[in-house]
Design a protein around this ligand. Structure first.
Ligand code: PEP
Length: 247
């Protein structure tokens, strides 16, 4: 079986500051290495600074357009030039607050990858969808939108983050068993198209991960690390989450 290197990424959303970045960078660089990769998805205006500090850097979204008259959008190629390695696509806040459809998210995935960024595709169901037993169909549709554009090979240079919408920023974490069940479903779905890609694919869990629950979540067979929101703004908590991902 292919071994997968754990990956922990902080998503600062519309939070954080240059000061916090300077404060955290050394500690992140000290923990990131052979046993775990650690990255920060900082607000777009901090991307260049974050990369200069030697921290693996991501943008929180990119435009699906390469260039043109799209005021305010984030250009994937420019994020790459500034040193970003990753781009979040389809974070639930983008889907639900900004109305991004599976189709638009897939276009952003394509653009990120075309410009040399590793897309981190966020997928997940709402509470109502879970109650109606739609978790698997919702996630399938979110992944299929990308596979329709690029084939399963498009998932080779990518990461998937399973983030149940009901667990994001709510303090309600999925249990390790609930999360593992969905991660296993995602890996099996992709394995039905290409088993090698599925075995190598990093699938992160996100949704109210903190320093108390991370070890148990990361110990699950198909959970390869986490996407961390609130707790990534607190240096001690975030570093301890990163430590807990080391094999
Ligand atoms: C997120 O922003 O992707 C997230 C999982 O947030 P939180 O950890 O705060 O739930």
């Amino acid at each position: 079986m292919a071994s997968r290197k754990p990956f922990v990424a902080g998503n600062w959303k519309l939070n954080g500051s240059l000061e916090l970045l300077n404060e955290m960078a050394n500690e992140i660089n000290a923990v990131s290495g052979e046993d775990v990769d650690v990255a920060l998805f900082v607000p777009a205006l901090l991307v260049g600074e974050c990369a200069k500090l030697g921290v693996k850097t991501g943008v929180q979204t990119v435009s699906e357009f390469e260039a043109g008259a799209y005021t305010g959008e984030i250009q994937a190629s420019l994020a790459k030039d500034l040193g970003a390695e990753y781009a979040l696509v389809g974070h639930s806040e983008r889907r639900h607050i900004f109305g991004e459809s599976d189709e638009v998210v897939a276009d952003k995935f394509v653009m990120a990858q075309q410009q040399g960024l590793v897309p981190v595709l966020c997928v997940g169901e709402t509470e109502q969808q879970r109650e109606q037993n739609e978790t698997e169909s919702v996630i399938s549709a979110q992944i299929d939108a990308v596979v329709r554009k690029l084939g399963v090979a498009g998932l080779k240079q990518s990461v998937i983050a399973y983030e149940p919408v009901w667990a994001i920023g709510t303090g309600k974490t999925a249990s390790p068993e609930q999360a593992q069940q969905v991660h296993q479903f995602i890996r099996a779905k992709i394995a039905s198209l290409d088993s090698e890609i599925a075995q190598r694919l990093l699938i992160l869990y996100g949704g109210s991960v903190n320093e108390k629950n991370s070890s148990e979540l990361f110990a699950q067979q198909d959970i390869d690390g986490g996407l961390i929101g609130g707790a990534s703004l607190k240096t001690d908590a975030f570093i301890s989450i990163c430590e807990s991902a080391k094999g």
